[in-house]
Design a binder for this molecule. Structure first.
Ligand code: DC
Length: 230
């Protein structure tokens, strides 16, 4: 059976990754979390002191160091999901902190960062058989993907999901700070000059505000089956 490319885009914390990972596992496709790649670049900036006190990034120095950033994924048999590695070191936990979340959108808006990550993502998807989630997958990375989904949910519901996730990891977040971070990221992601977050014209829209995870999973599997039967 022909292996297709599946692009899942949408707002921050709307459950894209959960849906994408579950679908990939179910149908035996590779899953790539493109947001994790921008998070790895952000962690690299923090580790190298490239984040200024006002939150801006030392772009000239980052551009010089860009060839030193290598992001990869390895399947974690315990969680059944891939972990992100920055230069060979597992950083899955570090890249999910609020600190990384608060710096990632400015880093992801830098054109040379996007060019480098987009090239890596396109190389990963060359053979098809991939589910990739992010903000610009159906518009910029794989504009010819056979199945494109655009996911969204209300701000408060997304913030509550992110808050619960952080609490489950032992962090003590402030709900209003989580909500503000999410709105700010959506704003930066949607208004940046290069590959902004937007719905591809041929994407199917899913508002999962009032759906359970099993319901979303089933909805996505049904869309996949429809597409491969076309
Ligand atoms: O999906 P996420 O929250 O882990 O993504 C982290 C950030 O990376 C998000 O603020 C936007 C950015 N991003 C992007 O610009 N393009 C992508 N394809 C994926 C994520």
């Amino acid at each position: 059976m022909k292996k297709i490319t599946i692009a899942i885009d949408g707002h921050s914390s709307c459950g894209k990754s959960t849906m994408a990972k579950d679908l990939a596992r179910e149908i035996g496709y590779i899953y790539i979390d493109s947001g994790a790649m921008y998070r790895c670049c952000t962690l690299f900036c923090m580790q190298r002191g490239l984040v200024n006190p006002d939150g801006t990034i030392q772009t000239a120095e980052l551009e010089r160091l860009m060839p030193e950033i290598h992001v990869s994924f390895r399947f974690n048999a315990e969680t059944g999901r891939p972990d992100a590695y920055l230069n060979g070191v597992c950083v899955e936990r570090e890249i999910r902190t609020m600190e990384v979340s608060s710096h990632v959108s400015p880093v992801a808006a830098i054109p040379f960062v996007r060019a480098a990550m987009t090239a890596q993502q396109q190389a990963m998807g060359r053979e098809g058989g991939i589910v990739m989630d992010g903000r610009d997958i159906g518009t910029a990375v794989f504009p010819h993907a056979e199945l494109k989904i655009f996911v969204t949910a209300s701000d408060e519901i997304r913030a509550q999901r992110r808050y619960d996730e952080l609490v489950a990891k032992g962090e003590k977040p402030d709900f209003n700070a989580v909500l503000a971070n999410l709105r700010e990221r959506d704003h930066i992601d949607s208004t940046r000059a290069v590959a902004p977050l937007r719905q591809a014209e041929d994407a199917l829209v899913l508002d999962n505000s009032h759906m359970t995870i099993p319901e979303q999973k089933q909805w996505l599997i049904d869309r996949y089956k429809e597409r491969i039967e076309d």
